[in-house]
Design a protein around this ligand. Sequence first.
Ligand code: PLP
Length: 403
Amino acid sequence: MTERKLPPGLHRETLAVRAGIEPSQYGENSEALYLSSSFVQPDAETAARRFAGTEEGYTYSRTSNPTVTAFEHRLAALEGTEAAIGASSGMGAILMLCMGLLKAGDHVVCSRSVFGSTLNLIGREFGKFGVQTTFVSQTDVGEWRAALRPDTKLLFAETPTNPLTDVCDIAALAELAHSVGALLVVDNCFCTPALQRPAELGADLIIHSGTKYLDGQGRVLAGAICGPAKYIRDVFDPVVRTAGMALSPFNAWVVLKGMETLGIRMQAQCASALELARWLEAQPKVARVYYPGLPSHPQHELAMRQQSGQGGAVVSFDVQGDGPEALRRNAFHVIDHTRIVSITANLGDTKTTITHPATTSHGRLKEEQRQAAGIGQGLIRVAVGLEHLDDLKADLARGLDTL
Ligand SMILES: *Cc1c(COP(=O)(O)O)cnc(C)c1O
């Protein structure tokens, strides 16, 4: 299946619905779902060439699949990278990244505020294989610089972070990485290419959890790495075909169709999130709001520059309370008085979700680690969906007004 031929210079909105592969001989308008684990070869000679990689053509879905290819072309078009490669999940993509680029003795510099499983995968699991990682501040470029070593291979960042929405400077980190011949990898799960294109700012590779906003409706797990064709083809293709963290064609198809509405969903969810953040800031029982779209956010200007003037769709806030016990009680009170939003730690859904990070996503940390990360017992994270804003405010007000 060949990449769909489109005129050059198309806008991202157009690419989101048009980029992919050429339709089959049936001329389907909605992309086909090729649920097939293997592909029949016209003859033994062709099979030999395809298995040797000297001729394009599908052989087996762990190696490649037309629906997955369509997903990869569309995501690469949105990110503005030459290529992309699908993975079974966001973590599958990060595993592929590490397997492809790291070996014993290599050094990684990573923000200490990245997704918890990312911290564990890079720091603990790859630590077992002799990869050394220095964890540094999300926002202090000086700490990243000080951590660089001659054997540093990767800088890994995620922006904004979960749940406190701290923003790092992608362009500054790219320059730093390149000054020592290392690569900058950015996990772009929170902003998606609808808001933030790390490649335009100098990042080398981009990680996605398609599970979040790309699907956008909380249905399937998916992941991807986006970047230059030579990395995708020469480094990551061989990893996925031997290690098997391949993206299922069904999941690829769901996310492929999800990406068609990514732009308008992000716009609507960001607009609601901004209004909700402003409203929360005015609530007497709210101590602090964390949202990059608010002027009170410490990296507000950087975020506006880097994220197309949008704050994203995740808003976190601290409720008021005296001491950890009261804070936790008050946070639980607000969460338990909601009747519309879903109490779940997932995000990126059209359905708004609410969670208490200190006892869920960050529940396994020691109290000192949580304190260092700024995750208090009074912290609540809301990932804003597509419900009417007034209904969301009423849902949160029910608890806040009765504290
Ligand atoms: C969810 C998430 C991941 C992991 O993605 P999965 O698809 O759940 O494996 C990675 N990074 C970030 C920022 C995430 O939010």
